[in-house]
Design a protein around this ligand. Sequence first.
Ligand code: SAJ
Length: 415
Amino acid sequence: EKICVVGLGYIGLPTAAMFAKVGYEVLGVDVNESAVKLLNQGEIHIEEVGLRELVEKVVREDRLRAATSPEHADVFIIAVPTPNYPDHTANLEYVKSATKSILPFLKKGDVVIVESTIPPRTIDDFVAPIIQTEGWNVGEDIFLAHCPERVLPGRILIELVENTRIVGGINNISGQKAAQVYSSFVTGEIIITSAVTAEMSKLMENTYRDVNIALANELAKISDKLGINALEVIELANRHPRVNLHQPGPGVGGHCLAVDPYFIIEKAPNESPLIINARRINNSMPEFVIGHVDKIVDSGGKVAVFGLTYKGNIDDVRESPAMDVVSLLQEGNYKLSIYDPHVKQAQVSFKLSTFDEAIDQADCILILTDHNEFKGLDEVKIHSKMRNPVVFDTKNCANINSEAIKYYNYGNLYE
Ligand code: SAJ
């Protein structure tokens, strides 16, 4: 059988490689010509643990190749991005053009699967009608399903195989056909449901996390006002068997949690006040951080920002709250140095410093990301090189032991 995967990003490429590994003939399609060229040489344009080796092998064995347009196949998988427009509604242009691009190559009995994260009802109201324009009876001639991806960057190749997979068919037979496709490599459970339930389940997973983080961030603000150690409260409350408070931080980033809840809000704004407020609270955290930097550092002082990525030990700065904190600091009256061992200079428009440059004569180290490198900082160096040895750790990750360094996290900001 032949599979055509449209979109060779963080999801499409590993998925294509996995199908090739288990014996399908796979064509990967992308508009990015250099990515296509690289792939045909057995190389990859993104970073993911284990992916390089896998792709090299399946390309060498002629089971995976890439092109800029689709071909006839038995299964089509659409894994293109669905970014937000500036007003936060979903931009479905890539889904639309990907779906249109496969139309000339469809034959009776083909299976079409959308993996991209999409607002509820998109399969029924947007994707199916595009396929119907060619005269196909969707659900009878062409089987259509939404199978959302749920993998965590850094663990993609493991989670693709082991996670439970939700398969939402436009009708039952479509669900069954799509489930059969995934059963070739998924060892986790495969659960068949409707397309709209699959769409909503995916969105609620990320919304659940966003709302819970907002609750933790709100707790941090309340505790700050009342002089309570928020981090200790979280630890103790979580000793309850049915409580799982999340961790507060400088905000929520990434292209999933900070984006997906808006897909629900867009469809039912009046019914989503909790989700809307969670987004507001999380978006307000960079200002909360700045408010405290203002208290800790005198005007004209030097702030050493540690960490720019949206979470620890990755190189992704997209939608990162740390980038918002940097913009706000740039507007304020500070000298700034910025250090992130995972970010390359070409990724950002401001100058990056080394650790030594960053802390030199600084008045505060501001930790915004929980990279492993920040978990055991050189306290002797910090103490000797900083003008004022102060650390403000918004991720509660640095283990500062020296009494000579003033250490703040969300547990003692009120001090
Ligand atoms: N964060 C907190 N406090 C916490 C946990 C996370 O502030 O207690 C912040 C992180 O620092 C980061 C953001 O939340 O800025 C998101 O990080 P994350 O690790 O929660 O998730 P992502 O965005 O890397 O990946 C999520 C995952 N979804 C869930 O865990 C429900 C992943 O499984 C999805 O596949 C992915 O979104 C996606 O593609 O939708």
